[in-house]
Design a protein around this ligand. Structure first.
Ligand code: CU
Length: 128
């Protein structure tokens, strides 16, 4: 009886640890697989960048698909990583590929004066 109780406790412990480990493993895998990101460009008063935070993995190539769904021209750059998409006209989609080599949080921004709130058209690329 005692032995069975011990085995039951060990089993429960293993199951708990296993579940926690799996969650972390899946999360790591999800980040590693991250490759194509669709980024929507809109003036801040109509929604700003979406998403405003992009999480990617260090050393993995990133393909950013930047879709300007506005009626004005936008631009895109991550100055710290020397990444730029240049001008993105209304309705246009631009693709930039790059491989972040360093970890950190790098601001990205619109590079074309698009509205009175243009300076707020910013987001963050998080490299883990
Ligand atoms: Cu803009």
């Amino acid at each position: 009886m005692r032995r069975n109780e011990f085995l039951a406790i060990v089993f429960v412990l293993l199951a708990t640890v296993g579940t926690i480990f799996s969650v972390f493993a899946i999360e790591k895998f999800r980040i590693k697989k991250f490759y194509t990101v669709e980024l929507i460009a809109r003036v801040p008063e109509h929604g700003n960048w979406y998403p405003r935070k992009i999480k990617v993995a260090q050393g993995k190539e990133v393909k950013l698909l930047i879709r300007n769904i506005d009626t004005v021209t936008h631009g895109f750059a991550i100055p710290d990583l020397q990444v730029s998409a240049g001008e993105i006209k209304a309705g246009e989609v631009k693709v930039v590929r790059f491989t972040p080599q360093k970890k950190g949080i790098f601001p990205f921004m619109c590079t074309v004066w698009c509205s009175d709130y243009h300076m707020e058209m910013r987001g963050e690329l998080i490299v883990e």
